[in-house]
Design a protein around this ligand. Structure first.
Ligand SMILES: [Zn+2]
Length: 241
């Protein structure tokens, strides 16, 4: 149990930020042969950047360089485009969401994995939240939501037990759970699917924010076809379905 969240984070009304049902549109797609597994980058994980000297500033600087600026956070160079300018509509498990276009292929890899391996744990999300226009962290921290690289799944069913009230004031936060996975309705299988493709689950954090995933992998390594990971010489070409 922790009350760290009471000082560090204030969650907004997720409902008001749930993506409107608009055009699902066309988006970058990834097929099984294209998805590249990767872990989240350690220096971007919240518990790590908060404990490292200069860690928070480095995290903000990296996200600004990779995804664009959020207001004056990260002392962005003049001319750096705002992250919000790169946000596109997409879908996840049939629901609309707006995210930074760089991370959409990673989310598609997650969905593909869930559909392939989580069938024994059926779960149908009802509400998603992605890009957010307001920073809900304090003390110089910047939430990944403002860069469009974070996704919340069903805030009413997957609580944030380390956040401020009313977020932690739910029954699931009061159960004597043996693991973080027992304080949410979402299946653990989903967490592992996200974690396979560079997403970090904030359920591991002191915030116990079980609804929240953020992409902390290398966006240039989402696809095996990306320049950062050239195909090995002599390997067979991909076959179009
Ligand atoms: Zn979130």
């Amino acid at each position: 149990m922790t009350d760290a969240g009471s000082e560090t984070a204030l969650m907004t009304d997720a409902g008001s930020e749930t993506a409107p049902i608009t055009d699902a549109g066309s988006e970058p797609a990834a097929t099984a042969s294209e998805c590249n597994e990767q872990p989240p980058q350690a220096f971007l994980i919240r518990s790590n950047y908060l404990s490292a000297p200069g860690g928070n500033a480095r995290s903000v600087r990296y996200r600004t360089q990779q995804y664009g600026a959020f207001k004056d956070a990260g002392s962005a160079d003049p001319g750096v485009e705002r992250a919000a300018a790169f946000v596109v509509p997409t879908t996840f498990m049939g629901l609309p969401i707006r995210l930074h276009r760089k991370v959409v292929p990673a989310l598609k890899c997650v969905e593909e994995r869930i559909r392939a391996v989580c069938a024994d744990h059926p779960y149908a999300p009802r509400a998603l939240a992605g890009i957010r226009s307001r920073n809900t962290y304090r003390k110089g921290e910047v939430t990944s939501h403002v860069y469009g690289i974070a996704i919340d799944i069903d805030p009413d069913r997957n609580p944030c037990c380390g956040c401020v009230k009313p977020w932690r004031d739910v029954a699931l936060c009061r159960v004597a759970a043996r693991s973080d996975f027992e304080r949410m309705v979402m299946p653990e299988c989903w967490v592992h699917a996200f974690e396979s493709f560079g997403f970090y689950w904030l359920g591991h954090d002191v915030l116990r924010d079980t609804m929240h995933f953020e992409f902390l992998g290398d966006p240039d390594r989402i696809s095996k076809e990306s320049p950062a990971t050239p195909r090995m010489q002599g390997s067979p070409p991909d076959v179009a379905p």
